[in-house]
Design a protein around this ligand. Structure first.
Ligand code: BG6
Length: 489
């Protein structure tokens, strides 16, 4: 509705996520004219700040991305004039009542739609929701709440969080973010599968030998060790980002593109997964390494990490889906910090060509060169298919070449940040890319037993040098299934 007001309150406005992601994303939405006519951004946090000081803080987080964007600085000023701040405690109803008063002033008597973004640690989610909902009881538009992971540490804590939130909110008011779902190429996965004839018929155990989901970062925890050490890489990346990609990759065709139809299929495939066994997990932790005269720190050198911590900063896992489509196909996942490169990709390795004529006739070693579909989520987004091709010339030599859709070459438009897509969807009430509570439950059911077993047995991670390709345990895991990681070659 043109005449209703939308206020976006960032609870935890002085935190890292707000500065790095939320404000810049809101500004880009504003720049692209995607925000409603009457929108206001409110920052809420404990530190005392005036509106001016807040605007100043926000302005430092904004960029025009491309230097010569038209009117960028005017647009920034306009955007900043719509930003306000209120300082308060996260568990004080009184402070939220004061905030509510300011929100009303800005809403100017219009129908008020409110989006709260909880950019705060999960142990204070419920207090904040309780206080916000008690003060906003007479709001006559919609109220939605975005929450960020970690949604608990295991099945029990996640269920407790869900119960807590549901005391004050309906499920359809809760928008659980997994920002990987907002990434352009993750969104494109379904397009690739369901709107091209050539992929979907191959999308099964009949043609696919294994699927690899790979996440690597070329930096360590860098001061985030306090948070990270409590969770570890399995909870930080595998249980959410990589598992979400797996669900979209492997789900059956949804009835429609409606949020509930898609989420129903995701839950179904996740429920079909076999329990994850400890023997199918390899973990590692980065150690210090000197290269080119520079010494890179060990994980445990990070001052925010408890001394002697054994928290994994790398993990690889082999998962299986027990259904007709995927029976026996390994889904290999690996994620690590402080590796040699920053990259996230999906690699689909196809089966060998049966009775390959060229292998027989020319003794070429095509085993290494099976078809592989690579979907590079970041950086330098691309989709390419590795095919065997004749090297031009009079002889008969084959090589493995790429049919390549390279985004930067094909599309001139820049790719929006995941948070832009997700914030816009939350404002529009589109739930397709948010995690429903039953999805979250199954994701935890899959990982909780193995996480507990690892903790009970005090499994020691294998140490790998900062900047390396990770521990050899990951190779052994792939080799167990006669496979190789596609990113190693
Ligand atoms: C977050 C993790 O969810 O994703 C971080 O908590 C990680 O540890 C980050 O660095 C990676 O996100 P992106 O979008 O930079 O790949």
């Amino acid at each position: 509705n043109e005449e209703s007001a939308v206020t976006i309150t960032v609870v935890g406005a002085s935190g890292d996520l707000a500065k790095k992601k939320i404000f810049p994303a809101l500004f880009h939405l504003y720049y692209e004219d995607c925000l409603p006519k009457h929108f206001t951004v409110f920052g809420y946090a404990r530190s005392k700040m005036t509106d001016e000081e807040f605007r100043n803080m926000v302005s430092k987080t904004l960029t025009c991305r491309i230097d010569k964007r038209e009117n960028c600085s005017e647009k920034m000023d306009e955007f900043l004039r719509r930003c306000f701040y209120h300082s308060g405690q996260y568990d004080s109803e009184e402070n939220f009542v004061e905030l509510d008063k300011k929100l009303r002033e800005q809403e100017g008597g219009r129908i008020s739609n409110r989006l709260y973004y909880l950019s705060i640690p999960p142990n204070i989610f419920i207090d904040a929701v309780r206080c916000a909902s008690s003060s906003a009881s007479s709001v006559n538009g919609w109220t939605r709440v975005i929450v960020e992971k970690p949604f608990g540490r295991d099945s029990e804590s996640s269920a407790a969080l869900t119960r807590g939130l549901k005391q004050y909110l309906e499920e359809d008011q809760i928008f659980r973010i997994d920002h990987y779902l907002g990434k352009e190429l993750v969104e494109n996965l379904s397009v690739l599968r369901f709107s091209n004839l050539i992929f979907e018929p191959l999308w099964s155990r009949q043609y696919i030998r294994n699927v690899q989901l790979i996440f690597s970062e070329d930096f360590g925890t860098e001061g985030r060790g306090g948070y990270f050490d409590h969770y570890g890489i399995i909870r930080d990346i595998l249980q959410n980002h990589l598992l979400q990609i797996l669900a979209i990759f492997a789900m059956e065709t949804p009835v429609s593109l409606k949020a509930e139809d898609i989420r129903n299929e995701k839950v179904k495939v996740l429920r079909s997964m076999k329990p994850l066994l400890l023997e199918n997990v390899a973990i590692g932790q980065y150690k210090s390494h000197t290269r080119g005269g520079i010494t890179y720190p060990a994980y445990t050198d990070d001052k925010t990490v408890p001394k002697g911590s054994r928290t994994p900063t790398f993990a690889a896992a082999a998962l299986f889906i027990d259904n007709a489509r995927w029976d026996g196909v390994p889904f290999l996942m690996k994620a690590g910090k402080a590796l040699h490169t920053k990259r996230a990709e999906i690699r689909v390795q196809f089966r060998h060509v049966p009775g390959n004529l060229y292998n027989k006739s020319f003794g070429t070693d095509l085993d290494q060169a099976t078809n592989e579909l690579v979907i590079r989520l970041q950086p330098d987004e691309a989709i390419y298919l590795k095919i065997n091709n004749k090297v031009p010339g009079l002889g008969m030599r084959l090589d493995n070449s790429h049919l390549n859709l390279h985004y930067a070459a094909r599309y001139s438009k820049e790719i929006p940040d995941a948070y832009e897509r997700l914030l816009l969807d939350a404002i529009e009430g589109e739930r397709r890319l948010f995690i429903r509570s039953d999805e979250l439950d199954v994701a935890w059911e899959l990982f909780t037993p193995v996480l507990k077993e690892m903790e009970e047995k005090k499994i020691i991670p294998e140490y790998y040098p900062y900047g390396s390709r990770g521990p050899v345990g990951a190779h052994y895991l792939a080799a167990k299934y006669n496979l190789r990681w596609g990113d190693m070659y």
